[in-house]
Design a protein around this ligand. Structure first.
Ligand SMILES: [Cu+2]
Length: 67
């Protein structure tokens, strides 16, 4: 499955890495492509990974999912 998340609060490559690590740290996520300019993340994941789980991981990392 592929989910695109809009993320607020990223300002540099460090943030991109932080968000990428938060997402790929979730069991069932196979890849996360985070784009600083577009302020989004395209996440490839299994069916067991919910939107809530991904939102929680990003929030915990210090960023905000806006859509
Ligand atoms: Cu940063």
């Amino acid at each position: 499955m592929k989910t695109t998340l809009k993320i607020d609060g990223m300002s540099c490559e460090h943030c991109v890495r932080h968000v990428t690590e938060a997402l790929t740290g979730i069991g069932g996520v196979t890849s996360a492509s985070v784009n600083l300019k577009k302020k989004n993340a395209v996440v490839e994941h299994g069916e067991g990974v919910t939107l809530e789980t991904m939102k929680a991981a990003i929030t915990e990392a210090g960023y905000e999912v806006v859509a």
